[in-house]
Design a protein around this ligand. Structure first.
Ligand code: PLP
Length: 395
């Protein structure tokens, strides 16, 4: 029986009912501007600060280290451009990142390179992980910042963040992590993990789109990205998105409170889907099998195009993705899959399925019911597949 399965939670998640309910009063009754001095303004301000404290608690940070932004992209831009420009004044113009960051980081680094900064792009190994020792070896006298993502948005691999943090601390280099895929899904402890700056985004953990946060460790100064009014203690201008910020905090609290149970459940679903999908011949799993997000499955099927696979899955009610949502629509293979060493023709046939707590075992059953037939059908029409099969016969 046809079913609707939303399995693209790495692209975005639906707002949870409790989050939606918590946000609603801030559009209707508590609509005051937090900077206003009358009671509806003061009330909004109170909830803004409660939200800040809740977010801080989830990260083991202090409330005055949390700055709300318009999302993950802004937080990444602010952290990286801000630190780069701040430390350039001291002659430090070198940044270390990895080849498989989100474009919010990679394109920010590219724009800094145009300004004369130098950037080292660390290799990502076939398992989808950077190597701390290679990172340490890349640190120079003039290194200002290391920015390495907590978990990858395409292949879900979890980077050795604590080790990277310790290395950065040892060398006196600041460490930023894009934790947009990790926040609410994996434990985050900015103190214990020696993280100096951290980006997160509400819509990846059942909060609303267009709101995120940047954690900036106390004592770190960086220039503003958005100038204007004195909101966010003068560091990020613009009337606060109170409803969105409340939604972010409720969603994060909820995600952190249910993390252990959800991790167990999603990991079991993920592993069953991986085992089932790997029964299809000439299929591979991208990224380490266990050091990956609980809900992430990323597969390559030789001989087919990711785009046609997505279309047929969609016809069967399954939402997945090929590459990241930002780049699908272009025919370039994913920079993430190329970074882990896949050849172009294989990287083209990739499929990411990502679960959240709204998915069920029945969703896995259904995907495993339709996927093999779809792959077989596409392969039967694929000249590339014919070549692969014939090539195999020849040797
Ligand atoms: C989604 C995502 C972003 C961008 O966040 P937005 O809130 O959509 O701007 C950045 N980094 C990673 C790893 C992401 O998954």
């Amino acid at each position: 029986m046809a079913r609707f399965v939303y399995a693209d939670n790495a692209a975005t998640t639906p707002v949870s009912p409790t989050v939606f309910a918590a946000m609603k009063p801030f559009y209707t009754d508590l609509y005051g501007n937090p900077s206003s001095l009358y009671s509806v303004g003061r009330e909004a301000k109170k909830h803004l600060e409660l939200a800040r404290a809740d977010v801080a608690a989830c990260l083991n940070a202090e409330p005055n280290e949390i700055f709300f932004t318009s999302g993950g992209s802004e937080a990444d831009n602010w952290a990286i451009k801000g630190i780069a420009h701040q430390l350039a004044k001291k002659g430090k113009k070198h940044i270390i990142t990895s080849k498989f960051e989100h474009h919010a980081v990679l394109h920010t680094c590219a724009s800094l390179e145009k300004e004369g900064f130098s950037v080292t792009y660390l290799d990502v190994h076939a398992d989808g992980l950077v190597r701390p020792e290679e990172l340490e070896a890349a640190i120079r006298e003039d290194t200002a910042l290391v920015t390495v993502m907590y978990a990858n948005n395409e292949i879900g691999t979890i980077q050795p963040v604590s080790e990277i943090g310790a290395i950065c601390q040892k060398h006196g280099v600041l460490f930023h992590t894009d934790a947009v895929q990790a926040a609410g899904t994996l434990p985050v402890d900015v103190k214990g993990q020696h993280i100096d700056l951290l980006s997160l985004s509400a819509h990846k953990f059942h909060g609303p789109k267009g709101v995120g946060a940047l954690f900036i460790r106390k004592g770190i100064s960086l220039p503003n990205l958005v100038d204007g009014g004195a909101q966010e203690r003068g560091r990020r201008a613009g009337t606060e998105n109170v409803a969105g910020i409340v939604g972010l905090s409720v969603a994060l609290k909820e995600a952190c409170a249910t993390m252990a149970e959800r991790t167990k459940r999603l990991t079991a679903m993920r592993d069953r889907l991986i085992d089932g999908a790997l029964q299809i011949e000439r299929t591979r799993l991208n990224g380490d099998r266990t050091k990956r997000l609980p809900g992430n499955v990323n597969l390559c099927f030789e001989g087919i195009e990711g785009e046609s696979l997505l279309l047929l899955l969609d016809l069967n009610g399954v939402c997945g993705s090929s590459g990241s949502a930002c780049t699908s629509g272009s025919l370039d293979p994913s920079h993430v899959l190329l970074a882990i060493g896949l050849p172009h023709e294989i990287a083209h046939g990739s499929l990411r399925l990502s679960f959240s707590d709204q998915n069920t075992e029945e969703d896995v059953d259904y995907i495993l019911e339709v996927l093999p037939g779809i792959v077989e059908r596409l392969r039967s029409m694929s000249p590339l597949w014919e070549e692969i099969v014939n090539g195999q016969k020849a040797d």
